[in-house]
Design a protein around this ligand. Structure first.
Ligand code: UDP
Length: 444
């Protein structure tokens, strides 16, 4: 509480209401609360968190008019656009009322918003308070977005099939197939959204759930582009005591099973909150796991109904299948020796913070960018680019978990964990960035 002062200073947080975005924003809220700030979460009615789980935050519900729906790659852009058009007036009016009561002892300092909730910047500007962007993905993803106008100018977009495996000039080691724009059918809609999310407008700075030791060069390039202070303060989840921000019910039963398994013996398989395997791939995965003879904890969100006959009898208690796991707790356990992941940014950060090497099976969005960095730059993952077939799955799992070939990857993962820990210790880069961020907010 080194910066806590006599006055109350309110920070308003505006998360994008998807699992991978809510989590880092709530973690940031908990960090700032621990530094003496009063936290108000302005949240869409869509996916509204249970306020009882966060007694130290105030909540402000933003009517969004979109009703209940499942988010997929197909409706992602339309849903984000709806939030940005429907939530603005309500946030502005509600904050104006709160701020009427501000005085020299109670102050609304700023709005921190998810980069995709850009309407919040207009609200801050209108109310004459500062705004800060939270980027919940990697700096490498942002750099790949920033490069889009240059790629358009040089005639690379739309990307031709023949170019897919070529390196993108200026973005190496990314190939054209790794870019988010490659997979969007409605490319114009995506380009418009990117342009809005990338424009910092009047925002004072950008907070990142990343570490300088991980993305130093990329952050430097972004800083040069934006000429704004950047605060890489990750890994957020290691800076605060665990807070549960899970939208799905976590199955804690798997933890007692996990605790009985030997050191580094379990591969954890999870594809995050949106991506999923089809039934055919689940069958291949099941037999790949069974034949690898490794222990496993497997998250199948859609349930285990697609598991093939004879699988349970074959693996017996060598494996555990759940609908949703308490992932951060899982990855901390010493029994976990590998992670088969879709490489969402939260999963990536959670895994490397614990020194857990990965098999990278990206699906869409920024996952391919993260996978490419995990495998080619940080050297802590195996790239999975094959069709799902049990033979290759078995081989990849053995390679990551036990074979001599995977030893270097396992070793590098341990070294990266140590670097990340140093960045969080007193005097480390994340530690210093957080102190600077706190000073900046107090100065508003
Ligand atoms: N997660 C979890 N239990 C699971 C699977 C995922 O708690 O069984 C959490 C995970 O810890 C991470 C988030 O869900 O914080 C997924 O975010 P990520 O950015 O990795 O992927 P997304 O869901 O956005 O694709």
């Amino acid at each position: 509480m080194e910066y806590q002062q006599a006055r109350r200073c309110r920070v308003v947080l505006v998360p994008l209401p998807f699992q991978g975005h809510i989590t880092p924003m709530l973690q940031l809220g908990a960090i700032l609360h621990s530094k003496g700030f009063h936290i108000t979460i302005a949240h869409t009615q869509f996916n509204f968190p249970n306020p009882l789980n966060y007694p130290h935050f105030d909540f402000l519900a933003l009517p969004d008019g979109i009703g209940a729906q499942t988010i997929s790659a197909d409706n992602f852009i339309a849903t984000i656009t709806a939030f940005n058009t429907k939530c603005k007036d309500h946030l502005q009016d509600s904050l104006a009322r709160i701020m009427e009561k501000d005085d020299q002892h109670n102050k609304t300092a700023c709005i921190i918003y998810d980069e995709y909730m850009y309407f919040a910047e207009e609200v801050a500007k209108h109310l004459r308070i500062s705004s800060i962007i939270l980027s919940t993905s990697s700096a490498a993803k942002m750099l790949s977005y920033i490069a889009v106008p240059m790629l358009q100018k040089n005639g690379y977009i739309p990307i031709q099939d023949s170019k897919m495996l070529e390196l993108v000039p200026g973005l190496e080691p990314l190939r054209f197939k790794d870019l988010t724009i490659t997979y969007f059918r409605k490319l114009d809609d995506l380009l418009q959204l990117m342009a809005k999310a990338l424009d910092p407008r009047s925002s004072s700075s950008i907070i990142w759930n990343t570490m300088d030791c991980l993305e130093h060069l990329t952050l430097a390039k972004i800083k040069q582009e934006y000429q704004l202070p950047l605060f890489p303060i990750g890994p957020l989840h290691k800076t605060v005591p665990a807070i549960s921000s899970s939208l799905l019910e976590e199955d804690h039963g798997c933890m007692s099973w996990l605790d009985k398994q030997p050191h580094n013996s379990v591969i954890y398989i999870s594809l995050g909150s949106v991506a999923s395997m089809d039934n055919k791939d689940i069958v291949e995965m099941a037999w790949g796991l069974a034949n690898s003879e490794q222990r496993f904890l497997w998250v199948i969100r859609t349930g285990s109904t697609a598991l093939p006959e004879g699988f349970q009898e074959t693996v017996k208690d060598r494996g555990c299948v759940v609908r949703w796991a308490p992932q951060q707790e899982v990855l901390v356990r010493t029994a976990v020796g590998g992670f088969w992941s879709h490489c969402g940014w939260n999963s990536t950060i959670e895994s490397i913070s614990e020194g857990v090497p990965l098999i990278c099976q990206p699906y869409f969005g920024d996952q391919r960018v993260n996978a490419r960095y995990l495998t080619q730059v940080w050297g802590v993952g195996l790239e999975w680019e094959n069709d799902m077939n049990r033979k290759d799955i078995e081989e990849a799992i053995r390679k990551l978990m036990v074979s001599k070939e995977g030893e270097l990857i396992r070793q590098r993962a341990k070294e990266l964990k140590e670097k990340i820990e140093s960045s969080m210790n007193q005097g480390g880069s994340s530690y210093n960035s957080l102190n600077e961020l706190v000073k900046l907010i107090w100065s508003f």
